[in-house]
Write a protein that binds this ligand. Structure first.
Ligand SMILES: *Cc1c(COP(=O)(O)O)cnc(C)c1O
Length: 249
């Protein structure tokens, strides 16, 4: 059992300082874009960091948390759920997901941001239908560079399994899932602004079909400003909040 209440000394002040700096960047970016700061939700990406850090962030006012591996997220969410003093959190699953993990993820995630193929839609819907009393929010992960292995549907593709519209339609057909919007990771070796502009265009097209699919999850520690300039409603911030991870993932 992880002791969620025992962070190392000084960690509270460290996270409070990092959070204040990230919030400053978010409000400056919103002001520059002429947007209300309340229109952007900060998702703290806590992968590789302990449950005690998640609890500290929750005490500091963070409401949304992201994890990318089920093996790590399942025990972490369980530890926090078992601690009655942790404020309620909304869990976002943001990593590549295998069908055999859907049952586990559907039990603790409030949002699955990384849905990028029809087979995964079906597996998640089956799990959500069995385990949940209300629909699971999902985002379609969009590839902005069509790089193999990084996840995401291809924007232009009509492929029945991996194309954007087949995945959107598969989600719409499932009563256990609710299409909440789109998500993307900026391409490597390219400026993020134009890529996030392409995502904004896809998001608008999806809203044309599902008007309530208003979430645009884009922007990480290095590129949150470009994401907010291009309409992101959710930014996923890891290293700027928690520190550099030992291994990049
Ligand atoms: C790790 C991760 C993040 C956070 O990245 P940082 O650069 O540490 O802010 C955001 N999104 C996804 C999908 C991730 O895997």
């Amino acid at each position: 059992m992880v002791d969620v209440a025992l962070p190392r000394p000084g960690r509270h002040a460290e996270l409070a300082g990092n959070l204040a700096r990230v919030r400053d960047r978010l409000s400056a970016a919103c002001e520059l874009a002429g947007r209300d700061a309340t229109s952007v939700t900060l998702v703290a990406v806590t992968k590789t960091y302990p449950a005690s850090d998640v609890r500290l962030l929750a005490e500091l006012g963070v409401t949304d948390v992201g994890e990318n591996r089920d093996q790590e997220a399942a025990p972490k969410t369980a530890a926090l759920a078992a601690d009655p003093t942790t404020p309620p959190l909304r869990w976002h699953f943001i990593g590549q997901l295998q069908r055999n993990k859907c049952r586990s993820v559907a039990a603790y995630a409030d949002v699955v941001q990384s849905v990028d193929r029809v087979g995964l839609v079906r597996a998640l819907a089956a799990a959500a239908g069995r385990l949940r009393d209300r629909p699971l929010d999902v985002l379609v992960q969009v590839s902005l560079d069509d790089a193999a292995g990084r996840g995401g549907v291809s924007i232009g593709s009509t492929d029945a399994e991996y194309g954007l519209w087949p995945v959107v339609e598969a989600i719409r057909a499932e009563s256990g899932l609710r299409l909440a919007g789109v998500m993307a990771v900026a391409p490597l070796q390219q400026p993020p602004g134009p890529a996030f502009a392409r995502l904004a265009d896809v998001a608008a097209q999806v809203r044309g079909v599902v008007p309530t699919a208003g979430t645009v999850s884009a922007g990480m520690s290095a590129d949150l400003e470009a994401a907010i300039a291009n309409g992101a409603t959710h930014v996923r911030i890891g290293s700027a909040l928690l520190g550099n991870r030992p291994t990049l993932r």
